[in-house]
Write a protein that binds this ligand. Structure first.
Ligand code: ADP
Ligand code: ZN
Length: 528
């Protein structure tokens, strides 16, 4: 389209004529201007913010082909089809392609008949691809999902590290790196690893005001979910995230049995079923997809009314990205998460047994801690989320903590009781136990396990009857979230941290969040 013979169209022309939009959004115009002029750009913009146009339009305006590096191989065909429907000459090269198709795309690129070429990052490691690019004209490099270069981040892809060489090989070709993940650490790492020293940085606000954030205590997750869907989201399209394939299957079945149209999606399903379920979700109204986090990257469905998590996400970045799939059309939407003590135990265990070195485990652990802090905050969730991404915000009035402010209470004494129980087990018996047993000791319960271990003879036996079982679980969760206690091993045994010592011996005070009334009621009901 931007061939030498025709007059160069302006960015605004392309926006209107090709994409059919009237005006630019946010900083799109400045970003596009920077790249059209041959400069580098680093773009941090939330999901749905309109990143694609930031490299698509410069690719059409500048001479040559825009080369887009993207890890989302499964979506390339769709992206290319969508562009072709708009009359844009687009193609892709990745491992899913047959020989003939690849040859055709390569020929089109070499003869200057492609506006956009999508490439999987591993392609650039192949010398023949590099030579191919050398023989054509490149308008720009767009590095999509640029956070994949960050080892600190949650979605590291080793192939992305090689992208640092683009600049050495093609010094005059502008580069634009884009991501919807924007912690300070990731931001800095992208800039340095991709050699974007000269780039202009464009950081959009990460606030998604139409999304209502809610995080509730998990007691009967499937029932709680059903309740949410029936009372607030009847007939709505949405995504339900579960950690395991098994729970994806079970939850989808459960919803269907209860009259809610739902399909499962996880990497264990065959490719056809996956593709079918995904396209039904995009096409049909009011379908619920129950999925592992394998689902969603690059999915552009504007009217997703809710995203529900039945298990704790591993990081705030993940949580933000997954919840960000709700409400791209700007209409009110819900991000709902149910989490419990078991989630913490399970994730700690996964971290303990994960591959990789100590530093890697420390990173995973820091990610989990930040997620827990978000769950247990008494402040506005949105403010906390934005702060995590290095941005400021004001109490939003549209999250659970703003709508029903949790009371906080002076929890130093219960914290000390719980921590000293852990200490006594260790010092007097050389034993470590999980939260269940520690709470039974505090409540003075005579269970077989208590009798067996003679825990009824401990001095702390029965010193915690002022709180109920569920309240003690809340105390444990919050101490974990505040780093005043930790769990380890297969059974989630409780262990002390430097913070615990401060509470026990140095007079450190502990404020705890009172569990909201409705959570307590739901527990009471489920116990009947
Ligand atoms: P991102 O990649 O940042 O998640 P997309 O590029 O997929 O976001 O854009 C999200 C949606 O917004 C798409 O449906 C896109 O067509 C639309 N969009 C982007 N820019 C504009 C604009 N200037 N005017 C109207 N709609 C836009
Ligand atoms: Zn709020």
């Amino acid at each position: 389209m931007a061939s030498a013979e025709t007059e160069t169209p302006t960015a605004l022309d392309v926006l209107r004529r090709v994409f059919g939009y009237d005006s630019f959004r946010g900083e799109q115009e400045q970003i596009i201007g920077q790249v059209v002029d041959g400069g580098d750009a680093l773009v941090l913009m939330p999901t749905g913010g309109g990143k694609s146009l930031c490299y698509q339009i410069p690719s059409l305006v500048r001479e040559g082909t825009g080369v887009v590096i993207s890890p989302l191989i499964a979506l390339m065909q769709d992206q290319v089809d969508a562009l072709r429907n708009l009359g844009v000459r687009a193609g892709f090269l990745n491992s899913t392609q047959g020989f003939d198709e690849r040859r055709e795309t390569e020929a089109a690129f070499l003869s200057g008949e492609l506006d956009l070429l999508y490439l999987a990052p591993e392609r650039l490691r192949v010398e023949s691809t590099v030579q191919l690019l050398d023989r054509g004209t490149i308008a720009l490099f767009a590095i999509d999902e640029a956070h994949c270069v960050s080892q600190w981040g949650h979605d590291f892809r080793p192939d992305y590290l090689a992208l640092s060489e683009l600049h050495e090989r093609w010094p005059s070709v502008p580069r634009i790196a884009l991501t919807a993940t924007a912690t300070e650490a990731t931001h800095t790492e992208i800039a340095s690893r991709l050699n974007l020293g000269e780039a202009r940085h464009f950081v959009a606000s990460f606030d998604r005001p139409n999304i209502q954030y809610r995080i509730v205590g998990k007691n009967e997750p499937k029932r709680q979910l059903l309740q949410l869907l029936r009372t607030e989201h009847a007939g709505d399209a949405g995504i339900v995230y579960c950690l395991s394939r098994a729970s994806v299957e079970k939850t989808a079945e459960f919803l269907v049995q209860n009259g809610i149209p739902a399909v499962p999606y996880h990497a264990g399903l065959d490719a056809r079923t996956r593709a079918e379920n995904q396209s039904r979700f995009l096409r049909e109204d009011g379908l619920v997809v129950v999925a592992t986090i394998a689902f969603g990257m690059g999915i552009d469905k504007p009217d997703v009314r809710f995203v529900a998590h039945l298990d704790l996400p591993k990081s705030v970045e993940g949580y933000y990205q997954e919840t960000g799939r709700a409400g791209r059309d700007g209409q009110p939407s819900t991000a709902w998460l149910a989490y419990g003590l078991q989630d913490v135990v399970q994730q700690r265990k996964m971290i303990d047994t994960s591959e990789g070195d100590q530093a890697h485990r420390r990173r995973l652990s820091a990610h989990l801690d930040a997620m827990l802090a978000l769950c247990e905050t008494v402040e506005c969730r949105r403010v906390q989320l934005l702060n995590y991404f290095g941005q400021q915000g004001e109490r939003c009035g549209n999250c659970d903590t703003c709508l029903t402010p949790p009371e906080s209470w002076e929890g130093t004494v219960p914290a000390q009781k719980l921590l000293s129980t852990v200490v006594r087990l260790l010092n007097e018996r050389n034993q470590k136990f999980g939260a269940g047993q520690v709470i039974d000791i505090l409540l003075g319960r005579s269970t077989p396990k208590i009798t067996q271990h003679r825990h009824d003879q401990l001095k702390v036996f029965g010193i915690g009857t002022e709180l109920k079982d569920t309240e003690w679980r809340g105390v444990v969760r919050q101490l974990l979230a505040q780093g005043l206690l930790s769990v380890e091993g297969d059974y989630g045994t409780l262990v002390l941290t430097p913070g615990s010592e401060e509470v026990l011996y140095k007079g450190r005070q502990v404020r705890l969040r009172r569990e909201p009334e409705r959570a307590a009621k739901a527990v009471a009901k489920s116990k009947k």
